[in-house]
Design a protein around this ligand. Structure first.
Ligand code: G3I
Length: 461
């Protein structure tokens, strides 16, 4: 017995020496954490009492995404009636274990509840912004990254947007959603998430790239891009994937692999998983990887056996190559410089932006100041208001705004509004009254009519 223990110890020691660059970890989450990344899975409440499933989940992963439970039809089944029961189970499963939780998804053409599917125009724009605001506010402070907008671009070579009821509310619906999400949860990273955007030469990839570049240039609050990476023969992994990740990262956003699955089996599948992991590891701003399910039989594409575990819980060859690749990461990842555009479609035409999004300098004296930025469409608007403390910390604040005639405030977040028309006073809520000298806090409101010409006055308490 003692001899066996001693020789086991000797084998362990040899492993440590062989991997002196970084100690080999034995689970995906721990291995990814060595380079500051997460390794997550999409999970579903229906499986949380399956012991094989939860054993793998709790052992291997350190991040989760709700596969379906935080989609629009799940969280707002009837207009303005929100249901967070299942979403909470998943969020709490992750948070109680100290994991990162990805939020999926706030605005999407698919999985809309029937009431939303029937809507168009400014009523839909308002309903969408209300949904983004309410759901992101409910989970405020709990979500590492939100897929704010999902799958808004068309497949194929058009390089344009996907037609949908949301798109028909106006081309600015994506940025409107991002602004509402930022106001509702200022700490979460806000991502645009899509599929068929992995291959750098594809028109869809280039179209999303141009949107992100434009958002960064104009100060639209976007922090990350999610690459779903559902690979199969119709949308295969390509070795230019690393170029895609690094090119987006060079725009000044994080990149995340959000829904990874790779159809196939054996060494071929294992090799592709290895390549994907290595590509993420090569890009400093690639924060982490999420696989879209735990075992093959949990997958939306179960016939393609695209995941890392067999149904009985056994590890697949792809698991081993993934773990090995994660363990090969150096603690400090390196970023390759900006890359050149793909050969068949026009790439970026302008260099990455050099001007940061506009910020408000702290006012000279004590007290506070406020600025407003507007996101308008025909018939409505969202106002984001930034409150900045002066040379001393403040413990409370109130901002008064003159709402233009014909306009009306319908919905406020991170502040308490008195009135809805004419002169409206927005006072801090319990958690954001204190603002340190020179620091800022934000609140927002949604209105009908035109919000042009509002000028805020800030009073500190
Ligand atoms: O739970 C009901 C069940 O009660 C009912 O009997 C059955 C009848 O159809 O439906 C079940 O719900 C299904 C649900 O998955 C849970 O299995 C829905 O119909 C089905 O539409 C839903 O599919 C999901 C799909 O998104 C559509 O929302 C998949 O599970 C989910 O993996 C997939 O995930 C998407 C990402 O959100 C976005 N990117 C692509 C990815 C794969 O399609």
């Amino acid at each position: 017995m003692a001899m066996a223990a001693a020789s086991a110890l000797a084998v362990g020691a040899a492993v440590v020496v062989a991997n002196s660059a970084s100690a080999a970890e034995s689970t995906l989450g721990a291995a990814a954490a060595q380079s500051g990344r997460y390794f997550g899975a999409a999970i579903t409440v229906g499986k949380l009492n399956d012991n094989t499933y939860t054993t793998i989940l709790n052992r291997e992963f350190n991040s989760v995404t709700a596969e379906n439970e935080m989609k629009i039809n799940a969280t707002e089944p009837n207009q303005n009636q929100f249901n967070f029961t299942n979403g909470d189970r998943i969020v709490n499963w992750g948070l109680s274990r100290g994991w990162k939780v990805r939020g999926h998804t706030l605005a999407w053409h698919s999985q809309q509840p029937a009431w939303m599917e029937r809507m168009e125009g400014s009523a839909l724009r308002s309903a969408m912004l209300n949904h983004v605001t309410r759901v992101a506010s409910y989970y405020r402070g709990k979500i590492h990254s939100w897929d704010v907008v999902n799958e808004a671009f068309a497949d194929g070579n058009s390089g344009g947007r996907r037609d949908s009821n949301l798109q028909r509310t106006g081309n600015d619906w994506i940025e409107a959603a991002f602004r509402a999400a930022r106001a509702a949860d200022p700490e979460a990273k806000l991502c645009y998430n899509d599929y068929n955007t992995d291959n750098w030469t594809w028109a869809k990839t280039q179209a999303v790239y141009r949107m992100v570049q434009d958002f960064k240039q104009r100060g639209v609050p976007i922090d990350c891009v999610g690459f779903q990476s559902h690979f199969n023969s119709g949308s295969p992994y390509n070795s230019n994937y690393r170029t895609t990740l690094s090119s987006f990262a060079a725009l000044g956003v994080d990149v995340q692999i959000t829904e990874l699955d790779i159809e196939g089996s054996g060494a071929t599948q294992a090799n592709t998983y290895r390549n994907v992991v290595n590509d993420c590891l090569a890009v400093a701003r690639c924060n982490g990887i999420t696989v879209w399910g735990v075992r093959d039989c949990d997958s939306w594409r179960s016939g393609g056996t695209p995941l890392l575990f067999e149904c009985n819980g056994n590890k697949k060859q792809a698991y081993n190559s993934t773990l090995e690749a994660l363990n090969s990461a150096t603690p400090q990842p390196t970023t390759p410089g900006p890359t050149t555009p793909g050969p068949t479609t026009p790439g970026p035409t302008t260099p990455p932006p050099t001007t940061p999004p506009p910020t408000t300098p702290p006012p000279g004296g004590s007290g506070c100041s406020a600025t407003v930025s507007l996101n308008q469409w025909n018939g409505g608007f969202v106002a984001s208001v930034r409150v900045t403390a002066g040379s001393s910390a403040i413990n409370s604040w109130a901002v008064t705004m003159n709402i233009p005639s014909g306009a009306s405030v319908t919905n406020t977040w991170n502040a308490q509004a008195s009135g809805s028309t004419g002169s409206v006073r927005f006072a801090n809520v319990s958690y954001n009254g204190r603002v340190n000298a020179g620091q800022t806090t934000e609140f927002g409101f949604q209105g009908t009519g035109s919000g042009s010409g509002m000028s805020p006055t800030c009073t500190a308490g």
